[in-house]
Ligand binder design. Sequence first.
Ligand code: HEC
Ligand code: HEC
Ligand code: HEC
Ligand code: HEC
Length: 518
Amino acid sequence: MSRCSTLYLLLLASCIALFSCSEAEEPLAPKYKTGLAEKELRNSVIGKEFPQQYATYQRNNESEIMTEYKGSVPFRKNDNVNPLPKGFKHAQPYLKNLWLGYPFSFEYNEARGHTYAVKDILEIDRISRYDEKGGLPSTCWNCKTPKIPEWVEQHGDDKFWAMPFNTFRTADKISMNDHTIGCANCHNPQTMELAITSFPLDEALKRQGKDWRKMSRNEMRSLVCAQCHVEYYFQEAKYGPNRKPVFPWDDGMDPNQIYSYYKTHGIAEDKGFEGQFFDFRHPVSKSLIIKVQHPEYETWYDGPHGAAGVSCADCHMPYVRMDGKRKVSSHQWTSPLKTADSVNNACRQCHADKTVDYLKERVVYTQNKTFENLLSAQDMSVRAHEAVRLAGEWSESKNADYDRLMVQAREMVRKGQFYWDFLSAENSVGFHNPVKALDTAQKSLEASQQAVAYAMQATNYGIAPKLEGDIKEIVPPILEWSREKQMDKENLEAHVWTKYLKPLPKAEPMWHLQDKIR
Ligand code: HEC
Ligand code: HEC
Ligand code: HEC
Ligand code: HEC
């Protein structure tokens, strides 16, 4: 190791030991004068000014390497039956069951590099290829492209978000390469200073009395990721611009604080749930479900690294040498565990006293324990829906308090699934915050067990015999489901749960990527 990097490590180590790298001591964030237009968004144009960072950015196209749990092969996350690239051993078999009636049940894949973001959203079955509009609002573009500020300016904050997704689908509106997540999402193209371009993050910080323009460089090295790697929801028209993305952080960022936030901010009318927020009604248990999305930032911030001030960029954008000499921040955002080199770059800058194998094993140790708990929580959530389904249809002897018990049962289904999904949707399988991961799994399990207990009590335990035994036999996992499958009545009849769905109108695909094909 060269003297220079030893010195760097020592500086870094003492910085961490002191815990607070005070702002004055931080090296200045790089500032450039590019001569580019203020509103330049194209990756190839900005990238041309910074060929070394751009070369690392191109590595996001890597799409074949897996680690023990993660990596960049976009396998289907409910399929633990087929081998890669279709399925993978660490998949959760009940995803389609738990999201039944919501577009997530059609397709949900492992994430890959930022360079695929636009292409992947154009291919995913959650956005409808079968109709003109796409079935979802433009909000879905928010985390795929730096185009959002331009579109909001053109169409207005009050109108843009609720416009149909497919309004912006075609090649005259967006380029799959030049406008996928890129430079202008995180940098001012004129100075290359880090910048927040996300409306919901800017506004969530404002509500907390914070301004990212005044935050430290180290905070910005994570905040740029918090533009997208967070939980969010689509706002109801009653509360402001319809379908606008909002971060539910006003009560705090822990699962319990976010869950409590969702007790308001919605338009539910069900007795006992008035005014609560929900994404969809599960057709089987009739519970009002919140779909959680990738809360990496909320998981990381008070974990062992986040609390110690280790940023997302420290691990996911380590310095790499280009042409054997210049050090630049790697712009390949991916698993740091893919190769010995990547572990070395990402982790050993701080953990120089540990070997690559040791570090990898520590991560996998946490992930194994987390995944076991995640699967138990998932199974119990399915059992909870099934118990409430049975209790809802029960016509024999009922508890005198049946209605109240059913409200409580549905509340516990909702809660159990929220905590399960918070952990399930988080992309580190526990590593970003091992203690919070296990706590979240435990809270999920507890709530889903209570749902089963209330449902049993409501029916004077009449449904109990139907819930005996292995949940996989009582409610089999739905391995295959898609928009096309839901168009066929016969498919609906094939599973106890899909019977509750309404068939979709029969149609041929109308879109292929950016082209209209009929
Ligand atoms: C997801 C956010 C993000 C995106 C997208 C992004 N960057 Fe960066 N970039 C960063 C962060 C974080 C740093 C580190 C800044 C710091 O430490 O002050 C950085 C640093 C840089 C630097 C400073 C020198 C260095 O290597 O640290 C340059 C130049 C740069 N990026 C260029 C680009 C270019 C060109 C693109 C598009 C091809 C791009 N960035 C896309 C987050 C991003
Ligand atoms: C504008 C939104 C956005 C921003 C900003 C963003 N990401 Fe992402 N990130 C995504 C999306 C979307 C994907 C999935 C893309 C796909 O699968 O097509 C993704 C994927 C990833 C992956 C998985 C890649 C793989 O190989 O599996 C990692 C790791 C990641 N991002 C880390 C980061 C980090 C670290 C930052 C901040 C420096 C960041 N991201 C900023 C939206 C964003
Ligand atoms: C201490 C290092 C460290 C920090 C800090 C960190 N991560 Fe990670 N991250 C990891 C590791 C290790 C994994 C697991 C990778 C694996 O299993 O292959 C991971 C996984 C991920 C993944 C999934 C990668 C994939 O292959 O799909 C995403 C996305 C991600 N992190 C985003 C973030 C964001 C956003 C932040 C900041 C809020 C962050 N990480 C902070 C180390 C870190
Ligand atoms: C910028 C410095 C830094 C980087 C980079 C970093 N760590 Fe750490 N790591 C720390 C600090 C600080 C702690 C907390 C130490 C403590 O509390 O005593 C820590 C704690 C840990 C722990 C023990 C806590 C736990 O989660 O079980 C493990 C394991 C670990 N790091 C693994 C990794 C791995 C793997 C990577 C690379 C993906 C990595 N670290 C990258 C600074 C870093």
